[in-house]
Design a protein around this ligand. Structure first.
Ligand SMILES: Cc1cc2nc3c(=O)[nH]c(=O)nc-3n(C[C@H](O)[C@H](O)[C@H](O)COP(=O)(O)O)c2cc1C
Length: 215
């Protein structure tokens, strides 16, 4: 159910464009409805089934269709399936202990992989460029994460963008995922079937976030 005020925003935008005779591309009301109501599903609540490889391809294709200054494609995907997730859960447990985490955090760090049935690791892989600063390449990798999350949600799956301590652990990235030294995890996007939709969470107050500058 779309909240009343969001429908009002859509209806206002359509009327405004019509009244002012703007030559706008036809509005995509369904896409706006999705963006105004989208919500992650907590990874620990996701269960089977998960998308098979054929169903995942359009989701990855949508994610790869992301703004990328200089067409450097400074990111790639690792699709983590069951056995790999079990292996990573064990490695995460070992690394969490080795780095001195308390028992609760060791468990949580390992369960991120043990409880998951499918996760896509979005790997930021910045390249040397005279034109495009590294920060822009990393921003593009972040944008890929959101596009992937949204594509999975829009396809009817539950999905959640997590990092967690292992995203920063060089030994885990090297031994577990085989990343190069210039690479890191921008996000693990966990995908599955939701058991229940979570309640809405508080959203930013735009009055404190938006400043209109006209001179
Ligand atoms: C880069 C990044 C890393 C995140 N890592 C974690 C994490 O490790 N653990 C966690 O509980 N939430 C993490 N979150 C937050 C979750 O994605 C959370 O589900 C999300 O903020 C919900 O937003 P939504 O309801 O608008 O989809 C992370 C978010 C981002 C952007």
């Amino acid at each position: 159910m779309i909240p009343r005020h969001r429908l009002d925003i859509l209806s206002f935008a359509n009327k405004f464009n019509q009244k002012n005779g703007y030559l706008m591309p036809s509005s995509n009301t369904a896409a706006m409805e999705f963006l105004l109501t989208r919500r992650s599903r907590p990874a620990k609540t996701l269960t089977l089934p998960v998308p098979d490889r054929t169903s995942l391809m359009p989701i990855l294709t949508a994610a790869a269709r992301t703004p990328d200054h200089g067409k450097l494609e400074p990111w790639r995907f690792l699709v983590l399936e069951d056995e790999a997730l079990n292996r990573l859960a064990e490695l995460a447990r070992t690394r969490a202990k080795e780095t001195g985490m308390d028992a609760e955090l060791v468990e949580k760090t390992s369960l991120q992989f043990a409880d998951s049935h499918l996760a896509v690791a979005v790997i930021a892989a910045p390249v040397e460029s005279e034109k495009v600063p590294e920060i822009e390449q990393i921003l593009s990798a972040g944008a890929v994460c959101l596009a992937l999350l949204n594509a999975a949600l829009a396809s009817g799956w539950g999905a959640n963008w997590l990092t967690g301590p292992m995203a920063m652990d060089r030994t885990f990235l090297d031994a577990g995922l085989g990343l190069g030294l210039n690479e890191f995890v921008a996000g693990f996007i966990h995908i599955g079937t939701e058991k229940m939709a979570p309640p809405e969470r508080p959203r930013p107050d735009l009055a404190t976030k938006v400043q209109w500058i006209n001179k």
